[in-house]
Design a protein around this ligand. Structure first.
Ligand SMILES: *[C@@H]1O[C@H](CO)[C@@H](O)[C@H](O)[C@H]1NC(C)=O
Ligand SMILES: *[C@@H]1O[C@H](CO)[C@@H](O)[C@H](O)[C@H]1NC(C)=O
Length: 243
């Protein structure tokens, strides 16, 4: 989920950009059918997104890999600080955009994207407690979520720099419905197979609660990613982003 935001934004913003590969349509902000245009552009981008689109800096989507980061959460349902390595996510290419709106008055985008299923695999280091199920030591986990719905809300402002106007992001919010979740650990508890098996069974028996406990962390990461990506977009003058 780490990078869902970034990818979605690439797709949306790239459909406005002038530097698009010729096989993609351009959408114009004053188009009364802007939403339809963006929805169509999304569908056009899809077949190319697997291997990435160099012209717009879109990295390969399937799989998408993040080498390293740290993730932290402290609530009564999920309490952990873990180091994550080789975070790999599959299924980002299998998406469908359901709604898109841009409000030029408030410079806010809202859109909803559905994914059939997302599979992740990741190496973890550190102790956690998720819905009072302890997870100790280093290990590897495969995670599957299906279906996943993401609602994005990105609010911006106009910034002027040396006479040129740029879009500046004020706030990015991602709301996620992670659907059903399945978690399968290996290697925890110093490779104690019995404990690992019991833990996986407990996670499975409580999966709805586990998904609920972890969703805020997914949302936070997706939002941070959107912000990070939008920062790079501010380098592109507004009139080129939205011709
Ligand atoms: C989270 O875990 C730490 C370390 O075990 C503990 O000190 C803290 O009270 C826990 N926080 C919550 C909200 O349970
Ligand atoms: C991460 O992936 C690389 C390349 O596949 C591998 O060499 C490395 O051992 C992996 N690291 C962990 C902690 O799994």
């Amino acid at each position: 989920m780490y990078s869902v935001g970034i990818i979605i934004l690439f797709l949306v913003c790239s459909s406005f950009s002038m530097d698009l590969p010729s096989y993609l349509s351009r959408c114009y902000l004053d188009d009364p059918k802007l939403s339809e245009c963006v929805l169509r552009a999304f569908k056009e981008v899809k077949p190319y997104a697997n291997n990435g689109i160099e012209e717009i800096g879109l990295p390969p989507l399937n799989p998408f890999v993040v080498p390293k980061f740290t993730v932290q959460q402290e609530s009564s349902l999920a309490n952990y600080t873990i180091k994550v390595t080789n975070y790999t996510i599959e299924g980002l290419n299998n998406h469908d955009i359901k709604e898109f709106r841009y409000d030029p008055e408030t410079m806010t985008y809202r859109f909803k994207i559905e994914f059939d299923s997302l599979s992740m695999s990741v190496s973890v280091e550190g102790d956690s407690d998720v819905v009072h199920i302890p997870l100790k030591g280093n290990g590897f986990v495969r995670i599957a979520h299906s279906p996943v719905t993401a609602i994005f809300e990105i609010k911006g402002d106009m910034k002027r720099l040396r006479g040129i106007e740029y879009y500046s992001t004020e706030k990015a919010k991602v709301g996620l419905d992670m659907g059903d979740g399945n978690y399968n650990f290996e290697g925890l508890f110093n490779n104690n197979e019995l404990l690992v098996r019991m833990t996986n069974e407990k996670l499975s028996a409580n999966s709805a609660m586990v998904v609920e406990a972890l969703t805020p962390a997914y949302e936070k990461f997706a939002s941070m990613d959107v912000m990070r990506f939008m920062k790079t977009l501010t380098k592109i003058p507004y009139h080129r982003l939205f011709p």
